[in-house]
Write a new protein. Structure first.
Length: 157
Protein backbone atom coordinates (compact mmCIF):
# COMPACT_ATOMS: atom_id res chain seq x y z
CA UNK A 1 0.00 0.00 0.00
CA UNK A 2 1.26 3.45 -0.89
CA UNK A 3 0.23 6.24 1.45
CA UNK A 4 0.65 9.88 0.56
CA UNK A 5 0.28 12.41 3.35
CA UNK A 6 1.06 16.04 2.67
CA UNK A 7 0.41 18.95 4.96
CA UNK A 8 -1.30 21.84 3.20
CA UNK A 9 -2.50 25.27 4.19
CA UNK A 10 -6.14 24.26 4.64
CA UNK A 11 -5.85 20.68 5.84
CA UNK A 12 -4.20 17.37 5.32
CA UNK A 13 -4.29 15.45 2.09
CA UNK A 14 -4.43 11.71 2.53
CA UNK A 15 -4.40 9.26 -0.32
CA UNK A 16 -4.19 5.50 -0.05
CA UNK A 17 -3.57 3.13 -2.88
CA UNK A 18 -3.89 -0.60 -2.57
CA UNK A 19 -5.27 -3.29 -4.84
CA UNK A 20 -8.80 -4.06 -3.72
CA UNK A 21 -8.66 -1.64 -0.77
CA UNK A 22 -11.49 -2.77 1.50
CA UNK A 23 -13.58 -0.02 3.08
CA UNK A 24 -14.08 -2.17 6.18
CA UNK A 25 -10.34 -1.87 6.97
CA UNK A 26 -10.57 1.55 8.64
CA UNK A 27 -13.20 0.36 11.12
CA UNK A 28 -10.62 -0.75 13.67
CA UNK A 29 -8.76 2.54 13.42
CA UNK A 30 -11.94 4.59 13.90
CA UNK A 31 -13.66 2.65 16.70
CA UNK A 32 -14.18 4.84 19.70
CA UNK A 33 -13.90 8.08 17.75
CA UNK A 34 -15.97 10.82 19.35
CA UNK A 35 -18.22 12.18 16.60
CA UNK A 36 -18.23 15.88 15.89
CA UNK A 37 -19.16 15.56 12.23
CA UNK A 38 -22.75 16.62 12.89
CA UNK A 39 -21.42 20.00 14.04
CA UNK A 40 -18.98 20.22 11.13
CA UNK A 41 -21.66 19.07 8.68
CA UNK A 42 -24.04 21.78 9.88
CA UNK A 43 -21.30 24.42 9.56
CA UNK A 44 -20.56 23.36 5.98
CA UNK A 45 -24.29 23.21 5.21
CA UNK A 46 -24.42 26.95 5.90
CA UNK A 47 -21.69 27.74 3.35
CA UNK A 48 -22.36 24.97 0.82
CA UNK A 49 -23.88 27.29 -1.79
CA UNK A 50 -20.87 29.65 -1.62
CA UNK A 51 -18.13 27.04 -1.07
CA UNK A 52 -16.98 26.82 -4.68
CA UNK A 53 -16.91 30.60 -5.00
CA UNK A 54 -15.09 31.03 -1.67
CA UNK A 55 -12.59 28.20 -2.03
CA UNK A 56 -12.71 25.96 -5.11
CA UNK A 57 -12.59 28.81 -7.65
CA UNK A 58 -10.26 31.05 -5.64
CA UNK A 59 -6.69 31.43 -6.96
CA UNK A 60 -5.25 29.59 -3.95
CA UNK A 61 -7.89 26.87 -4.14
CA UNK A 62 -7.25 26.25 -7.85
CA UNK A 63 -3.47 26.14 -7.39
CA UNK A 64 -3.67 23.81 -4.42
CA UNK A 65 -6.13 21.48 -6.10
CA UNK A 66 -4.00 21.31 -9.29
CA UNK A 67 -0.94 20.44 -7.20
CA UNK A 68 -2.86 17.66 -5.47
CA UNK A 69 -4.25 16.31 -8.73
CA UNK A 70 -0.78 16.19 -10.32
CA UNK A 71 0.36 13.85 -7.54
CA UNK A 72 -2.81 11.79 -7.30
CA UNK A 73 -3.21 11.34 -11.07
CA UNK A 74 0.07 9.44 -11.05
CA UNK A 75 -0.84 7.49 -7.91
CA UNK A 76 -4.25 6.41 -9.21
CA UNK A 77 -3.35 5.80 -12.86
CA UNK A 78 -5.27 2.72 -13.96
CA UNK A 79 -7.62 2.74 -10.95
CA UNK A 80 -11.25 1.76 -11.45
CA UNK A 81 -12.95 2.88 -8.22
CA UNK A 82 -12.00 5.48 -5.61
CA UNK A 83 -13.50 6.42 -2.27
CA UNK A 84 -13.65 10.19 -1.63
CA UNK A 85 -14.09 11.12 2.05
CA UNK A 86 -15.15 14.68 2.71
CA UNK A 87 -16.10 15.18 -0.94
CA UNK A 88 -17.56 18.64 -0.50
CA UNK A 89 -19.18 19.83 -3.72
CA UNK A 90 -17.63 16.98 -5.70
CA UNK A 91 -14.81 18.84 -7.45
CA UNK A 92 -12.22 16.10 -6.89
CA UNK A 93 -14.67 13.33 -7.75
CA UNK A 94 -15.44 15.10 -11.03
CA UNK A 95 -11.74 15.36 -11.84
CA UNK A 96 -11.22 11.63 -11.38
CA UNK A 97 -14.45 10.81 -13.20
CA UNK A 98 -13.19 12.82 -16.20
CA UNK A 99 -10.11 10.58 -16.08
CA UNK A 100 -12.29 7.46 -16.37
CA UNK A 101 -12.32 6.50 -12.68
CA UNK A 102 -15.56 5.75 -10.85
CA UNK A 103 -15.87 7.52 -7.49
CA UNK A 104 -18.05 6.91 -4.44
CA UNK A 105 -18.09 10.10 -2.42
CA UNK A 106 -19.13 10.91 1.14
CA UNK A 107 -19.44 14.08 3.18
CA UNK A 108 -20.94 14.95 6.55
CA UNK A 109 -22.69 17.97 5.04
CA UNK A 110 -26.03 17.29 3.36
CA UNK A 111 -25.73 20.66 1.60
CA UNK A 112 -22.38 19.72 0.05
CA UNK A 113 -23.71 16.28 -0.95
CA UNK A 114 -26.75 17.87 -2.60
CA UNK A 115 -24.45 20.03 -4.76
CA UNK A 116 -22.17 17.07 -5.59
CA UNK A 117 -25.19 14.97 -6.62
CA UNK A 118 -26.38 17.85 -8.81
CA UNK A 119 -23.04 17.51 -10.60
CA UNK A 120 -23.69 13.76 -11.18
CA UNK A 121 -21.34 12.59 -8.42
CA UNK A 122 -22.32 9.38 -6.59
CA UNK A 123 -22.36 11.15 -3.20
CA UNK A 124 -23.96 10.29 0.13
CA UNK A 125 -24.12 11.87 3.57
CA UNK A 126 -21.78 10.00 5.90
CA UNK A 127 -19.34 11.07 8.59
CA UNK A 128 -15.82 9.68 8.54
CA UNK A 129 -16.49 7.94 11.87
CA UNK A 130 -19.17 5.90 10.08
CA UNK A 131 -16.85 4.63 7.36
CA UNK A 132 -17.31 1.05 8.58
CA UNK A 133 -20.82 1.19 7.06
CA UNK A 134 -19.41 1.50 3.53
CA UNK A 135 -19.42 -1.76 1.59
CA UNK A 136 -17.20 -2.63 -1.34
CA UNK A 137 -13.63 -2.77 -2.55
CA UNK A 138 -11.82 0.32 -3.77
CA UNK A 139 -8.56 0.89 -5.61
CA UNK A 140 -7.85 3.84 -3.36
CA UNK A 141 -9.13 6.50 -1.02
CA UNK A 142 -8.70 10.26 -0.96
CA UNK A 143 -9.51 12.79 1.72
CA UNK A 144 -8.20 16.31 1.81
CA UNK A 145 -8.92 19.95 2.53
CA UNK A 146 -9.73 19.31 6.16
CA UNK A 147 -12.27 16.46 6.49
CA UNK A 148 -10.12 14.66 9.07
CA UNK A 149 -9.63 17.95 10.93
CA UNK A 150 -13.34 17.74 11.85
CA UNK A 151 -12.85 14.50 13.80
CA UNK A 152 -11.45 14.18 17.30
CA UNK A 153 -8.62 11.76 17.93
CA UNK A 154 -9.68 8.19 18.65
CA UNK A 155 -10.42 7.55 22.29
CA UNK A 156 -9.80 4.03 23.59
CA UNK A 157 -12.51 2.60 25.82
Amino acid sequence: MEIVVASRLYGIIIALKKSSFKAAYPRMALEGVVSETAIAGAAFDRIAQQYDELWTCSPVGRLQRKAVWRRLDILFEGADLLLDLGCGTGEDALHFMRNGISVRAFDASSGMVRIARGRNVDASVLGIEELHRVQGCFDGMISHFGAFNCVREAVRH
